[in-house]
Write a protein that binds this ligand. Structure first.
Ligand code: ATP
Ligand code: MG
Length: 698
């Protein structure tokens, strides 16, 4: 509470603002940031501003201060939300989830790690060995996932290039018994190409810079990242965080998790294979494409447990089934060969990453849990997923990421805003309806069957013959021209900011984004010649083979209509949202204060934009129009009965509700509450704060 911190630090809950408007919101946010108060509540939501410096607020003392306490008893902190989620799970056997959102560099991953550390610190007081080991693996998994899934971008030195949802399972004691990780849409295009000033995934540099001479020589690698097409862009980019380059930490984390030395060796071989593949060049001799670097091919073969001839063949030819059921080999032209090689490198990395996640899951999966014996198994989910992206050039990846954010915003609206209004209705409390923008219309624009953008893309990908990106864009313009959130030639033919032959624009809830259609169809179709899959399936390396089960199919058995990348992503996000929707949600909304990683600069315009698109003002309005806190009568009475002569030492009233009314009246905050059918609703945290103080003073 403001009072707990002192007023010079601003309002610790935006609900306490004198007036809810952008100016006051920003003033408070900036004041708190400048005073080193990086967290602020909106009721139970925590707004976090990246401090860009180490803060001394995460130690043991802080953990003890938040442990088991109510949200309003302490200054705002991630620990308060983590504890609220934990209490809901432990006391009420509720599955809960903590959704962390914000743009790249806003501090989502750091927040998720602090939350996990908090949960690890407050559980297992008896130090039971099997629980300690589960906790250890859960914490160490972050290090491994970051090595393989994070990269330096222009926005963030340690940017997560995948979405992560982690379930932590608990037994009836409230101790972790295991977990499960889901990963979403790894940005695999980074494996073969990076923007200027950015790097490939950390894992490549960790191996090159940190591997021993022996290791590198066995992997046929040189130490210098400049030597490889796939890593040279980032070679001179220095990140100052040593852990991004520290292979020892990752290696030790992998060992703690239980990766065998064979598995670790296979992982390094795959990374080396990818680097070597990137350096393979193709030569044209008339129509025939050849591989001049026979040496590298044999190294690739050695590292992947295959034969040099089969590697060359997979790189130069593809097997196709003709209409008549005949199987023939067709030589690539140079472009096709390069495309195939890059697709292979990307797929190798994507499957490696998925395999690593799966491997961690086998270790942390809950084993031998008998609900009859151990009680209900409850879950806290932590979601750390890419925030909304608007770049200068927005492609298929941004389209998917922004769609995902529309879905999460939809969930936020449903859970926080809609449910809130419904609860007042249910409890018979009158209140003023709050207008808010429901983004369902944009979600439909993207995902609706037959009519939505994904359907149009899929149709174009599945059409036999050459449908180009431009043709597909034309179809979108025709079919979606009237949609209020889709800008096309039909809408504004005079708009000079976009080229209607190449661009389309979606009016997202967070702002307008212009997408360039170029590459959409290829990325959506995501083709990989079956020859590569078969090559890997036939590898003598069992780890590698395991990653390519679909390689056992022959070309005639391969399904002609595989699900596209956008549809796979859509399905995974729909499943994610369904999963989150049946849990009690807690939110952390992260804000990036500036684009230069400064601990002192508060860029007003940038922050204002984020506050707007995260819907924080609406969030405050709903909280304020309504009631920030609520508790069933019995629970309220239980906690505060000792502060009132009518309820302590004897309960003199007929019902719990009457008893609660007596407490409220005695303290004089009748104006701050409303009585629902089953719960007391409290408008501001001030009243609860007074009660808490009285209780503590007794
Ligand atoms: P992305 O979407 O790119 O993955 P992100 O939201 O996960 O971004 P983080 O990687 O969590 O962003 O944070 C970026 C950087 O900001 C961190 O590497 C760290 O330097 C700094 N940072 C974030 N949160 C904190 C914090 N609570 N304390 C100190 N530094 C922080
Ligand atoms: Mg991150």
């Amino acid at each position: 509470m403001a009072e707990l911190e002192g007023l010079e630090f601003g309002k610790s809950d935006f609900v306490l603002l004198d007036e809810v408007n952008m100016e006051q919101f920003m003033e408070n946010l900036q004041l708190r940031f400048e005073k080193g108060r990086i967290y602020t509540f909106i009721g139970e939501v925590v707004v976090s501003v990246n401090p860009y410096k180490q803060m001394d607020i995460y130690g043991k003392v802080a953990i003890e201060a938040y442990r088991g306490r109510e949200l309003y008893e302490n200054p705002p902190h991630l620990y308060a939300v983590a504890d609220a989620a934990y209490k809901a799970m432990k006391r009420r056997a509720k599955d809960t989830c903590i959704v962390i959102s914000g743009e790249s560099g806003a501090g989502k991953t750091e927040a998720s790690k602090y939350i996990m550390q908090y949960i690890a610190a407050i559980t297992n007081p008896n130090q039971r060995e099997e629980v300690e080991s589960v906790k250890n693996v859960l914490l160490k998994s972050n290090c491994v996932l970051e090595a393989f899934g994070n990269a330096k971008t222009n926005r963030n030195d340690n940017s997560s290039r995948f979405g992560k949802y982690m379930d932590i399972n608990f037994n009836f004691n409230g101790d972790p018994t295991g977990g499960h990780i889901n990963n979403y849409l790894l940005e695999k295009s980074r494996v073969v190409q990076q923007h200027a000033g950015e790097r490939n995934f950390h894992s490549f540099y960790q191996l090159l810079r940190g591997g021993t001479d022996d290791m590198l020589s066995n992997l046929h690698l040189q130490r210098n990242p400049e030597a490889y097409v796939y890593s040279k862009e980032g070679a001179s980019v220095i990140t100052f965080k040593t852990n991004f380059n520290d292979p020892a930490a990752v290696l030790s984390a992998m060992k703690v998790i239980g990766f065998t030395s064979e598995e670790i060796s296979s992982i390094y071989k795959i990374i080396a294979t990818i680097l070597l593949l990137g350096n393979l060049e193709f030569e044209c001799d008339g129509e025939i494409v050849q591989l001049p670097g026979a040496g590298s091919v044999s190294h690739v073969a050695e590292l992947t447990g295959t034969e040099p001839e089969t590697v060359s063949k997979a790189l130069l030819y593809r097997t196709v089934a003709t209409g008549g059921g005949e199987v023939i080999e067709k030589g690539h032209n140079k472009l096709e060969a390069c495309f195939g090689r890059d697709a292979f490198a990307k797929a190798l990395y994507e499957r490696l990453f998925a395999w690593i996640v799966g491997r961690i899951n086998t270790v942390i999966e809950v084993k031998n849990y008998n609900p009859a014996l151990h009680g209900k198994n409850t879950v806290i989910g932590v979601l750390d997923i890419y925030g909304f992206e608007i770049f200068d050039n927005n492609s298929f990846e941004q389209f998917c990421i922004n769609y995902c954010n529309e879905k999460l915003q939809q969930l936020f609206i449903e859970l926080i805003l809609q449910q809130e209004q419904e609860e007042y209705h249910r409890e018979g409390i009158t209140w003023q309806h709050i207008e808010y923008f429901n983004n369902q219309i944009i979600v439909d624009l993207v995902e609706q069957l037959h009519k939505g953008i994904i359907s149009i893309l899929d149709e174009a990908c599945l059409t036999v013959g050459k449908v180009t990106d431009t043709v597909c864009l034309e179809t979108m313009n025709t079919k979606l021209g009237q949609h209020p959130h889709f800008t096309s030639r039909k809408h504004c033919p005079t708009d000079k900011t976009m080229d209607f032959q190449r661009h389309f624009r979606i009016r997202h809830y967070a702002g307008d984004v212009t997408y360039s259609i170029e590459g959409f169809l290829d990325k959506n179709k995501d083709p990989l010649f079956q020859d590569f899959k078969r090559l890997m399936y036939n590898s003598a390396d069992p780890v590698l083979k395991e990653m390519w089960p679909d390689g056992q199919l022959s070309i005639t058995e391969v399904t002609k209509r595989p699900l596209t990348a956008a549809t796979l992503f859509k399905n995974s996000i729909i499943a994610l949202v369904e999963n989150l929707a049946c849990k009690e949600p807690y939110y952390v909304r992260c804000i990036k204060p500036n684009d230069v990683k400064s601990p002192v600069l508060f860029d007003d315009a940038r922050c204002r934009h984020q506050v707007a698109y995260l819907g924080l003002l609406e969030n405050v309005r709903v909280r304020r129009a309504g009631f920030a806190y609520r508790q069933p009568y019995a629970r309220f009475l239980q906690r505060y009965k000792m502060t009132c002569e009518y309820t302590w030492p004897n309960h003199l009233m007929d019902t719990d509700r009457e008893a609660v009314e007596a407490i409220v009246t005695q303290h004089g905050f009748e104006g701050d509450v409303a009585y629902g059918h089953t719960k007391l609703f409290v408008r501001t945290p001030r009243s609860l704060f007074t009660l808490e103080q009285e209780r503590a003073a007794l």
